[in-house]
Design a protein around this ligand. Sequence first.
Ligand code: CU
Length: 434
Amino acid sequence: MFRRSLAILLIVMTALFFTGVSVLAEAPADGPQTWSVAVGNGNDAAGASIDMFFPGTTYVHEGDTVAFSNGGNYPHTVTFLGDKTIGEVMSDPNFNLAAPTAPSGEVYNGQFLSSGFLFPGAPGTYNITFTNSGAYVYLCLIHSNMKGTIVVLPKGTAIPSKEEQSATAHQEEAVLQVEASAEPHDAVYTANKDGSLTYNVELGTPSASMNVMRMVPDVVVVSEGDSVTWTNVNPYEPHMVTFNKPDNVDVVGDQGVNPAYMGPVGSAIFDGKGIRHSGMMMQNQTYTLKFTKTGTYVYECYMHSFMMMKGTVIVVPKASVKLTVNGKAIIGTAAKAQWINGNLLVAADSFAKAFGGKAVWDKKARLWVVTANGKTIKAAAYVLKGTPYVSAEAVVRAIGGSYAWNETTRTFTATAHKVTATPKGSDMPGMSHS
Ligand SMILES: [Cu+2]
């Protein structure tokens, strides 16, 4: 018994060391306590299901109860495997993943115990009472990376207080929330032999702790003849890419994925017509489509419709200029972007709008008055076929931003830098041709 206690103590000391809990509270007064564990977390804005238990390690005394409740936006289970393996459990025809093997309030003694589905927002908690000292690992049978530990210690042993364990849980959640809301990156591309480009769009993120139900990036602008390759980068969550799903078809229904849509449907070339479907994609599986016709095409992962997992491919004519403003693709053709004598000219109003601003034509001065990024500037007009344009570079510089031109993708990327002071009506004489 002594050796076992020592081993447990070592585990606890190590765990405390690594979780940074330094202050040990006195053991609480007599009487069993109830400790809370959040099963999962979510970030709807980022389309993320954070699939972890919070805190990862819970310290309790013999006789205490742990109350599990879903803190996220996705169903999970709390499962103690006992002497079984996941394979044994999942292949047992009598086992129902969705149903509890014992009602809430069960006493845990090392047996196989599973909560069934704990749904987000479901009332009440799933409670388990621990009577024997030990370190018990549990997991979610839906997300097998999702693991937690309950460390049960004899009464009177010092363990972190409720406040401390709750603080640890919030800290662990905060770290993953930051990861969930990380800025998406631009599409990486590779050049093909025929001069076209293939853009890579990721389905989800590579994190083993969360499932971000987003296409990264969610908007990609390509030229006619370019391709897009989607790769599922998440280690555990399947995804799909579907264009033009017929209204009378359920790709994913109540019974799961429609068997007719487990594999790809449609050819690898897309002219905007007919269904194109990737089939179910697991980690590192890819799906490629070549886009041959100008247009704006919205696609969806029907496995995650409830999290609005949608993306857009904008196909522009071969030679046209693409514009990315403050990280968002705006349609270059709408902004009438074109290179004239080494100057990228754009329609002032749609360019200003992309920065969240506006442009007003000063007829008398024959200048554009652009208000964007907290500044109002006057921009020289370049008249093409009777329409006054502005220089994209000059506007970006004047409102306080930076820009870059990518000759390969023919993309002008402009980013406005946050301004601290907002000078009103600052005249930019250098920009005026008058
Ligand atoms: Cu998905």
